[in-house]
Write a protein that binds this ligand. Structure first.
Ligand SMILES: [Zn+2]
Length: 491
């Protein structure tokens, strides 16, 4: 009677001791991560390199490759394991080499203008009267064939509905808010763009000029990597400036522009590359499981890709540096991924999920994916994608970060970034909630996405936040709850 009881007591005591030691270790690690992240931060230096030294990092451009190689070099320097570039097929690359758009009649005025990515060049410098077709139907445009040959064409109506605000900020209080990308006002044209573009090619227009719907000289520009080499070169002008041109031209007043656009395609390597590296796990039972932290390294081409998404990249890189610098061994493997092709449809993350999580056994090895994307300020918490069990765990992990500005996790989801392909494959992927600042209203996908919008303390805080969650996830006893869709699906 006494012996089994003694053994049981001993086993229980050992278990309690181990559990509380682990608890203490985790608490201790949270404090050490914070000290390393606050006192020896590399975050601002890396942010400056990505935004000032390298600048815009369009997928397929030499600048994106420069950034990817730079990240590999940092990972090597810190002693992370197997820093590498992983290829996937992307298509041809593109780079802006020169753009100049000036109004020369009725007076001189330089215009704030950028081409859409993958636009072809103009045939040298194009000077001449603009042809305004913003208020014309397809049939009316057909009838203007002779005027449109070699012409500078204003394709849209003047902008009346400007982008004036951000999406609502989640996680400030208990109230639920609408999450995800807001639907922003778009410039309008009488003939839809899908009908207009082939018409202008057929008519031999020299260049198409359209407005941005952002305010005060801010120009929002993206682009389509499937753009044909013989497409009409496409330029976006600041909304208020376009409105001057379009209003005058619509009244039949003479308006002339001088336009030069020089772009370059890169056909040789049709791959793009994700950057990967890891800190190996040490627990024999768990080390094959992976806690993945990631952010997209690529950006659009008009500014420095600062809030979208150098800040997220820095959070992930600095989180890895911090954990490595502490010289501690996680139970699970912690891996970092810097995706490319996010802006063209989450392509890098999608390719990675397809390449690495294509069997039930491989999917079981992903413990959790933590992504850092939209927003430009501090990290407040995570969007929990409707996963209540995971939220209970994340809520515990968030508590010690509250005095650094974390507020709460929310049960709602967010779409349109790199955790989505993980969720679609039935894997638990979550994105951070960040302070938006002027993200939608000013910086996202615009010529105003410069680093000045994000403060150093926010960069440091986001890195500490990511490092803490990565560490907790790597040490966690249980398996993270899979998304509801995966739990229902038959295996
Ligand atoms: Zn973006």
């Amino acid at each position: 009677m006494r012996r089994p009881f003694a053994v049981l007591t001993l086993v229980l005591l050992v278990a309690i001791a181990l559990a509380s030691a682990q608890q203490r270790d985790t608490g201790d690690m949270v404090a050490r991560i914070r000290t390393e992240g606050l006192q020896r931060s590399n975050a601002l230096t890396m942010y400056r390199t990505l935004t000032d030294d390298i600048g815009a990092r369009l997928t397929g451009s030499p600048a994106h490759m420069q950034a990817a190689r730079w990240a590999v070099d940092r990972f090597k320097e810190w002693g992370l394991i197997n820093p590498r570039l992983e290829p996937y097929e992307f298509g041809r690359g593109w780079q802006l080499e020169r753009v100049s758009v000036e109004m020369t009649e009725p007076r001189y005025n330089p215009l704030i203008a950028y081409p859409e990515a993958w636009s072809p060049s103009t045939a040298g410098v194009i000077s001449g009267r603009v042809i305004y077709v913003g208020d014309k139907t397809g049939a009316q445009i057909q009838a203007m064939a002779t005027q449109l040959r070699g012409a500078i064409v204003l394709t849209h109506l003047p902008v009346t509905d400007f982008v004036t605000r951000d999406r609502p900020q989640p996680a400030l209080d208990e109230r639920p808010v609408a999450t995800g990308n807001p639907s922003l006002p778009q410039p309008r044209s009488t003939t839809p763009a899908t009908e207009l573009a082939p018409l202008l090619v057929k008519m031999g227009a020299a260049v198409a000029v359209r407005p941005s719907a952002y305010r005060d000289g801010t120009v929002g520009v993206t682009g389509n990597r499937a753009t044909a080499s013989d497409a009409v070169p496409s330029i976006v002008v600041a909304g208020e400036q376009y409105n001057v041109l379009a209003r005058l031209a619509a009244q039949g007043r003479p308006v002339s522009l001088r336009v030069e656009l020089r772009t370059r395609y890169f056909e040789e390597d049709r791959n793009s590359y994700n950057v990967l590296t890891e800190i190996p796990g040490q627990d024999p039972a768990l080390r094959d499981q992976v806690v993945l932290v990631g952010a997209h390294l690529d950006s659009w081409h008009t500014a420095s890709g600062a809030t979208d998404n150098a800040d997220g990249t820095v959070a992930v890189m600095e989180a890895m540096r911090i954990i490595r610098a502490l010289g501690v061994a996680p139970r699970r493997t912690i891996r970092a991924a810097l995706w490319s092709g996010e802006e063209q449809g989450l392509l890098g993350a999608r390719a990675y999920v397809t390449q690495h999580f294509n069997t039930p056994a491989s999917r079981d090895q992903l413990a959790v994916y933590l992504n850092d994307d939209p927003g430009g300020g501090k990290t407040l918490g995570f969007y929990m994608e409707g996963n209540k069990a995971a939220k209970a765990v994340f809520d515990r992990w968030l508590t010690p970060l509250k005095d650094l500005g974390a507020t709460r996790n929310i049960i709602e989801s967010i779409g349109s970034t790199d955790h989505v392909p993980f969720n679609e494959a039935g894997l638990p992927g979550f994105n951070v909630i960040k302070e938006f600042g002027a993200y939608d209203e000013r910086t996202r996908h615009t010529n105003a996405d410069y680093p000045d919008r994000t403060r150093e303390d926010a960069l440091k805080q986001s890195a500490i936040f990511m490092a803490t969650f990565a560490w907790q996830a790597a040490m966690h006893e249980e398996t993270m709850q899979r998304p509801a869709s995966a739990r229902q699906a038959p295996k």
